[in-house]
Design a protein around this ligand. Sequence first.
Ligand code: NAD
Ligand code: TYD
Length: 352
Amino acid sequence: MKKTILITGGAGFIGSHVVRLFVNNYPDYLIVNLDALTYAGNLENLSDVENKGNYKFVKGDINDTLFINSLFEEYKFDGVIHLAAESHVDRSISNPLEFIQTNILGTMNLLNSARQIWKDNTEGKLFYHISTDEVYGSLGSEGFFVESTAYDPRSPYSASKASSDHLVRAYFHTYKLPVVISNCSNNYGGNQFPEKLIPLAINNIKNSKPIPIYGKGENIRDWLFVEDHASAIELIFNKGKVGETYNIGGNNEWTNIDLIHKLCEVMDKKLGREAGESAKLITFVKDRAGHDLRYAIDSSKLQEELGWKPSLQFEEGIEKTVDWYLANQEWMDNIISGDYEKYYKEQYEGRE
Ligand code: NAD
Ligand code: TYD
């Protein structure tokens, strides 16, 4: 094997797309997927690559310092692509401590182990930290986040991601650890846990359940198809300049309410419903605490310096996404039959 790459959080939504891409594109690399299989981790996401010779799954927790040290000693990774995290803003509002533990302390464990095994030679090594545009805070109706925008996180989730970004940069400046960071906008696509807006809405529309829209649905997000995020990660991993940050985004802003109307339109067509039927399920509910108004990414650095661009238009991406969920009902059923019901009740009951 030419290189051994650690991907953390590879059983999650984005991580599973990144693992698949690397396992398929680099047959001479060993791809080690480390995941604790929390509620968000699902090995069904990777059933198509699980038997490949260059893929290995390790179940483990990035918060376990001794375990992480021994894993790095055993594999002597050449590269780390770090996606493992607690990732849902609403859960961070109800239970912030888990976010501090995994997103900050877990990241510290990985940084320390990488520093230890690369202490004599950093040639060809890279610690790639996957972050979010939410670290930049909330925009008004104008402007975009660029790489130099001052951090202004406003939820426990974004504060924990901002903190981990700062630590990654601190390890670059202080210890010369070779790092790169990217901050991406909202992803959508297959395999996303139905706590996030799009898969939650698809599942509710399919089952003719109310679609909960926080506040007035005026908040704006910039949506990127998950496979385009994975391709940006591959490019940055191979060509990104050590010590740099790259913003990744779809240049594709939607208010939540317009997005849901679009989704309802697609679902009506796919389910053979009369036009307008699914939109009747839209229900405005109590707003999220501290709800960021708008995120919008300027990804021109990544486009101009590394030549990345998204492959899909939103219309095509959303159809592909709906098709994926409709074709993978068993995947959804396995999730919603577990603790999901309890989570859903806690978040949404009495909110209308
Ligand atoms: P996800 O919640 O779907 O997956 C997270 C994965 O990490 C799961 O498989 C989970 O089991 C694993 N994990 C959690 N805690 C762990 C621990 N302590 N040890 C080992 N594994 C653990 O998240 P996602 O949406 O795929 O996001 C992946 C990364 O991308 C995160 O770092 C997130 O901040 C970032 N990000 C996400 C988005 C988005 O729109 N989803 C956008 C930008 C950046
Ligand atoms: P989400 O998918 O949780 O991503 P993020 O909070 O990281 O942007 O939410 C996307 C947007 O949709 C956000 O503005 C919150 C809103 N939202 C709802 O209106 N209803 C919901 O049930 C959920 C989960 C989100």
